[in-house]
Design a binder for this molecule. Structure first.
Ligand SMILES: Cc1cc2nc3c(=O)[nH]c(=O)nc-3n(C[C@H](O)[C@H](O)[C@H](O)COP(=O)(O)OP(=O)(O)OC[C@H]3O[C@@H](n4cnc5c(N)ncnc54)[C@H](O)[C@@H]3O)c2cc1C
Length: 314
């Protein structure tokens, strides 16, 4: 455990809830769908919906997650602007990979008719091989499935060769949120980002689709320049960001250039899962705490000064 993990572990849930506000759509599917529609209509942003949850160890708990995801797919009107993201351990990967495959196939069958894409999120390195094997297997049967590669891991370049051979994959490329040991992963952000760029090139060279998932504007621009130099058609990439990270300007700039931008929109029906997601964000980016605190103070200030003005006028 690094100092950040230790520090974040000490923060009480009530405070984490406060920090989580901007990053989580709400506590129901209806709220998440409403948010997705609003982002599409008002800002032209596509979304990928995620039901917060992971690391399920009890068979009995998996059915509930599966049902919620089936309900999600049923409720999405079309895959034009909304896709679905899930953690393979939500569908049973940690307990029984065969059960996980059966569940994923149920979801993919339901999503197929509506043209909804499903992305298998990437979790800790314990699950990398199992997730990529599962992905490769699903790609034999389905074309509307994607997964995630993490540039933090040393192995990822080899994974492209081992798991993505012989078909066109749909890859979300990101740094990776899980802190991994230095024996298997880069420890410096600079190295992770240089690897990100190398991986984008490798994926495009092999004809794969790449979702550039980062908030680092310089890295986004480097990758887009690379796509231009490599003459990659625009239907083979998009940019993805997390809901709540303030990147309005670049999102709109990219949209004007015709580059699709998709936001990851998580929602949670219980706070337990939302805490895990939010704590990971806090560990990686302690500046979030400052950002949220500043926003909160601004809101209090506007509230107070607004009230003062009202009092003056009344
Ligand atoms: C759409 C999407 C899906 C993802 N899916 C996965 C996945 O399946 N598995 C996985 O391991 N990881 C996933 N990630 C997380 C990703 O791996 C990174 O950990 C995360 O995006 C932060 O890294 P960064 O590339 O933005 O670079 P950073 O260098 O961390 O950030 C760049 C800049 O953005 C700011 N910033 C970054 N995040 C935040 C934030 N939350 N709030 C405020 N400011 C912020 C930073 O302060 C910095 O200024 C996903 C990320 C995105 C955008």
């Amino acid at each position: 455990m690094g100092w950040r993990d230790k520090f974040v572990a000490l923060i009480p849930n009530s405070l984490v809830r406060l920090f989580a506000g901007p990053y989580i759509a709400g506590n129901s599917l209806a709220v998440a769908l409403q948010r997705a529609e609003q982002l599409w209509k008002t800002e032209g942003l596509q979304t990928t919906l995620d039901l917060l949850g992971e690391g399920i160890q009890e068979r009995g708990d998996i059915q509930q997650e599966l049902d919620e995801y089936l309900h999600m797919i049923e409720s999405i009107e079309s895959g034009e602007f909304v896709s679905v993201s899930l953690k393979p351990t939500q569908m049973g990967l940690a307990i029984d990979p065969e059960l996980c495959r059966i569940n994923l196939e149920k979801l993919l069958d339901a999503a197929q008719a509506k043209g909804i894409e499903i992305t298998l999120d990437m979790e800790e390195s314990d699950y990398t091989s199992a997730t990529l094997s599962m992905y490769r297997e699903l790609c034999q049967k389905y074309s509307h499935v994607g997964t995630v590669l993490q540039s933090r891991l040393f192995r990822t370049s080899d994974d492209v060769e081992e798991y993505l051979e012989g078909f066109k994959a749909h890859i979300r490329l990101c740094i990776g949120i899980y802190i991994e040991p230095s024996a298997i992963a880069y420890t410096e952000k600079r190295e992770m980002k240089d690897n990100f760029y190398r991986l984008a090139r490798k994926l495009w060279e092999r004809g794969h689709f790449v979702a550039i998932a980062t908030h680092d504007e310089e890295l986004i621009r480097r990758c887009l320049k690379l796509a231009e130099e490599m003459e990659i058609p625009q239907d083979r990439y998009e940019v993805q960001m997390l809901l709540g990270v303030p990147r309005h300007e670049i999102q709109q700039e990219l949209r004007k250039q015709g580059i699709p931008v998709r936001l990851y929109v998580p929602y949670g029906t219980t706070w337990d899962h939302a805490y895990a997601y939010s704590r990971r964000r806090l560990v990686e980016n302690p500046s979030i705490a400052i950002y949220v605190a500043r926003n909160l103070l601004q809101q209090i200030w506007h509230f107070l000064t607004g009230k003062q003005r009202k009092q003056i006028h009344s």
